[in-house]
Ligand binder design. Structure first.
Ligand code: KG4
Ligand code: ZN
Length: 341
């Protein structure tokens, strides 16, 4: 056997997966989502870390059992190194290092965004080069993936991430946290044309990456979120209940439209005709449907591989440096916005 065991704990999901390096096939994918944060309206970092600590060994044991394997069958251990919540990352990362050290196995330290890209490589489903749109609760970026490891950033969000826009919109409409999937369900009963939200066409010169495109490929969702806030404030509680589905549909449509518009332009700018997606927002049905109309060869991982999971970390680990024991023991994690050293 040539099995990789991977752990992911960058936010509020405690995840372990087993993947076969020979064919990129998934043998186990265990995700334990921490519902405990719902009542706070967002992830509470310290609670997330403590929950990871309670769950991590159980999740690893379950993944090995699902794969029909034991630790003796594992040849590489991997874990998310960052970006994410430091206390949360430390739990998965330290556990993975300890497992690797106990058996003197090699170790792969994986970047979380690289993981979302690599969800497309599971079962060798899609090969570079392609444009990849990553839209999650913490990140929204357009990248070019030329090889299995690494990516070039074409544009990123200047304010909120797309998932954050979904979550904040969901909150305004009285839905729980995280609200992306709930907003999608509400939107299913509404009319996307019922409200006109700002189109958010990109202006030139907005780019953070010094890109030389005629129009920036960066994203901005703050204005859209404010527009929804003003609409909601104008309404009484009864009116809001009556119009919530329409507002959700129009708001979802505006977010999806922005993502599609930039993705389409990224394909034009790069001359590539292949597009992949990743991140929790890629689980959105409206986005998935409309990606098919872009005229490119599109690959969308199944929903459970779009939201946070360890299968994508195992997939990225296939192409990452494999550090021999004991070289990795002193490695640290990195937070969102921090540079790895
Ligand atoms: O990738 P992910 O699981 O975690 C991060 O790395 O952030 O993404 C979570 C985000 C949340 O903001 C959540 O609301 C959003 O993905 N999301 C969705 C859907 N499912 C999850 N957004 C829109 N529609 C969905 N069906
Ligand atoms: Zn993520």
């Amino acid at each position: 056997m040539s099995l990789i065991l991977a752990l992911e704990s960058s936010c509020d999901d405690t995840c372990a997966a087993v993947l076969d390096d020979r064919d990129g096939g998934l043998r186990a994918n265990v995700i334990s989502s921490q519902g405990v944060h719902d009542r706070f309206g967002g992830v509470v970092p310290e609670i997330a870390s403590r929950q990871h600590l309670e769950l991590v060994n159980l999740v690893v044991a379950q993944a090995l059992q699902d794969a029909g394997a034991t630790l003796a069958d594992i040849e590489l251990i991997a874990a998310t190194r960052g970006p994410g919540l430091v206390g949360a990352l430390l739990v998965g990362f330290a556990t993975a290092k300890a497992l690797a050290a106990a058996r003197e196995l090699p170790f792969a330290a994986v970047d979380h965004i690289q993981g979302h890209v690599a969800a497309n490589f599971i079962a060798n489903a899609f090969e570079p080069p392609f444009v990849c749109l990553i839209a999650s609760g913490g990140h929204t970026l357009l990248t070019v993936v030329r090889e299995h490891e690494g990516f070039e950033v074409l544009g990123r969000t200047l304010d909120d991430a797309a998932g954050e826009a979904f979550d904040k919109g969901a909150r305004m409409l009285g839905l729980g946290y995280p609200g992306g999937a709930a907003l999608e369900r509400l939107a299913a009963g509404g009319d996307p044309r019922s409200h006109a939200f700002p189109q958010g066409g990109a202006r030139p010169g907005l780019g953070v990456g010094g890109q030389s495109f005629a129009r920036s490929l960066d994203f901005s969702f703050a204005g859209l979120k404010t527009a929804l806030l003003y609409r909601v404030r104008e309404l009484s509680e009864a009116q809001l209940r009556e119009r919530a589905a329409d507002l959700a549909a129009a708001y979802q449509d505006a977010i999806v439209q922005r993502l599609l518009e930039r993705a389409e332009r990224a394909l034009e700018e790069t001359g590539l005709d292949r597009l992949a997606v990743g991140g929790g927002v890629a689980a959105n049905g409206e986005l998935r449907r409309r990606l098919g109309a872009l005229g490119a060869t599109v690959h969308v991982p199944e929903r459970v591989l779009c939201t946070d999971n360890a299968a994508m970390i195992a997939s990225a680990a296939r192409f990452a440096p494999h550090l021999p024991y004991p070289e990795y023991l002193a490695l640290d994690v990195y937070a969102t916005g921090e540079r790895p050293s």
